[in-house]
Design a protein around this ligand. Structure first.
Ligand code: ADP
Ligand code: MG
Length: 252
C-alpha cells in the first residue's frame, strides 16, 4: 500500500499518519493515513474485523497506537505529554450500545458530566441539556428513565448527551446496529441533521443508503488498510477495487 503524502500540521480536524496498531502478534491497523477536514462527514465501511472500531478508538486514545501519529485539530493525541482529558472532551463518541446511566433520568444523564467534568453550574447544564434534547426530538422525555425508552430513543438521548459536552467532532461506531429495523431511521435522521449543521463526523456504518446520502467521503477498509476512498457515488456507486466490489456485493 502506498503511503499518502503528509499534510501541513494543524489544518485538519483529524490527521492520522502512518498509524499501526497490533494486539499481540495480530496487526490490526497497517499503515493508515487519513485526514478529516472541519465540517466533513466521513463514513467508514468495510467487513467485520477490518479494524474500523480500532481506528476510531485510536482517535481518542481508547486504544494506544503501536506507531504513527494522530492529531485532533493542532493537538497530537499520541504525544507522550498530551493532555488526554482535554483532548477527549472535544471528541464525542457514540457506540452501538447506548451506555446511558439506567438509574438517572434522561435530563440527569445529560447534565452529570457537564457538572462533574466541565464544572458547569447546574442551571447552565440543564439549559444546555434541554437545547440538545430538542435537537434530537426528545424534549418530552426529559424525566423518563432509559429503561422506559425504545432503543432508538435511547440512542438519540446518547447523541444529545454527547452534544451537551459541545464536542468539536463526533465519532459514531455503528450507532444503529443494535436497533430494531423500524427504529434505525429516527437515529439516522438525527445524524443527518447534525451533518447539515456542519458537525465534523466520522461514522462507521453498514447503512449504505445513509452513506450515499450524507457522507462527503466514504472510506472502505479491509484487512487493516484503507483500500479505497472518495465520494460515495464513486466508492459505493462505482468502486474501482475488487475488494470493495465484493464487499458491496455481499451487503447491498
Ligand atoms: P471492525 O470494527 O472493523 O469489525 P475491530 O477494529 O473491532 O474491527 O477489530 C479488528 C481486529 O482487532 C479483530 O481481529 C479483533 O479481534 C481485534 N481486536 C480488536 N480489539 C481488540 C482487543 N482489545 N484485544 C485484542 N484484539 C482486538
Ligand atoms: Mg467495529
Amino acid at each position: 500500500m502506498p503511503t499518502q503524502p503528509i499534510p501541513a500540521p494543524g489544518s485538519h480536524a483529524i490527521s492520522i499518519r502512518n498509524l499501526k496498531k497490533s494486539f499481540g502478534s495480530n496487526e490490526v491497523l497497517k499503515d493508515i493515513s487519513l485526514e478529516i477536514e472541519p465540517g466533513e462527514v466521513v463514513c467508514i465501511i468495510g467487513p467485520s474485523g477490518s479494524g474500523k472500531s480500532t481506528l476510531l478508538r485510536c482517535v481518542n486514545l481508547l486504544e494506544v497506537p503501536t506507531s504513527g501519529t494522530v492529531l485532533v485539530g493542532p493537538d497530537e493525541v499520541t504525544h507522550p505529554d498530551a493532555d488526554l482529558d482535554r483532548i477527549r472532551r472535544r471528541i464525542g463518541m457514540v457506540f452501538q450500545s447506548f451506555n446511558l446511566f439506567p438509574h438517572l433520568t434522561v435530563l440527569e444523564n445529560l447534565t452529570v458530566a457537564q457538572i462533574k467534568v466541565l464544572k458547569r453550574r447546574k442551571e447552565d447544564a440543564i439549559a444546555t441539556a434541554r437545547l440538545n434534547l430538542h435537537r434530537v426530538g426528545m424534549s418530552s422525555k426529559e424525566d423518563a428513565y432509559p429503561g422506559q425508552l425504545s432503543g432508538g430513543q435511547q440512542q438519540r438521548v446518547a447523541i444529545a448527551r454527547s452534544l451537551s459536552m459541545e464536542p468539536q467532532l463526533m465519532l459514531f461506531d455503528e450507532p444503529t446496529s443494535a436497533l430494531d429495523p423500524e427504529l434505525v431511521g429516527e437515529v439516522l435522521a438525527v445524524m443527518k441533521s447534525l451533518a447539515n449543521e456542519g458537525m465534523t463526523m466520522v461514522i462507521v456504518t453498514h447503512e449504505m443508503a445513509f452513506a450515499r446520502e450524507v457522507a462527503d467521503r466514504v472510506v472502505f477498509m479491509d484487512g487493516g488498510y484503507i483500500v479505497e476512498q472518495g465520494p460515495a457515488q464513486e466508492v459505493i456507486g462505482n468502486p474501482r477495487e475488487e475488494r470493495t466490489q465484493s464487499f458491496l456485493h455481499r451487503v447491498l
